[in-house]
Design a protein around this ligand. Sequence first.
Ligand code: SF4
Ligand code: SF4
Length: 163
Amino acid sequence: MEKTITDEQKRVHYNCSKCPAYCCAIYERVQVTKRDINRLAKHFGVTVEEATKRYTKVWGKERVLRRKKDRIFKEACMFLDPDTRGCTIYHGRPAVCREYPARTRCVYYDALQFERRQQDDPEALPLIQLTFRKVHKKTVGDQNGKERRKRVIGDKRKQVNGK
Ligand code: SF4
Ligand code: SF4
């Protein structure tokens, strides 16, 4: 996702053109709204029904973009160009992609630059994986018989907000 810097915009400290597109790959779901699907339909010149079926799927109670296999990451958004690592539907991309990362820094770009400096290798490509687990608290007894609350990491994967 390229960012055009104008006088009205804050200076950003990341460069999507020099990134393998972590944000288009490591999130399991990129949520789409009805408006996003309408935009997709217009972009491809198909009906809303066709766009819904071809480009999206249901995830839990939400509709998300479909994914495909990726040669760098295990999977990525179906619209990510595998070679250029750019978005192939830039003007038709969903709102969440337009807003991301909504900050002047991108943590993944920072990690990429950090590792390249650490490894002294400008081509190093850290494979970042993002996994969410459900965390809840339960009451357990300690050695003195007193009860205390403990954080428990559950096995169930939490469905997370995409980008
Ligand atoms: S992970 Fe960050 S730097 Fe890389 S493409 Fe996404 S927003 Fe751009
Ligand atoms: S629609 Fe484009 S910007 Fe959004 S996740 Fe897919 S490839 Fe990335």
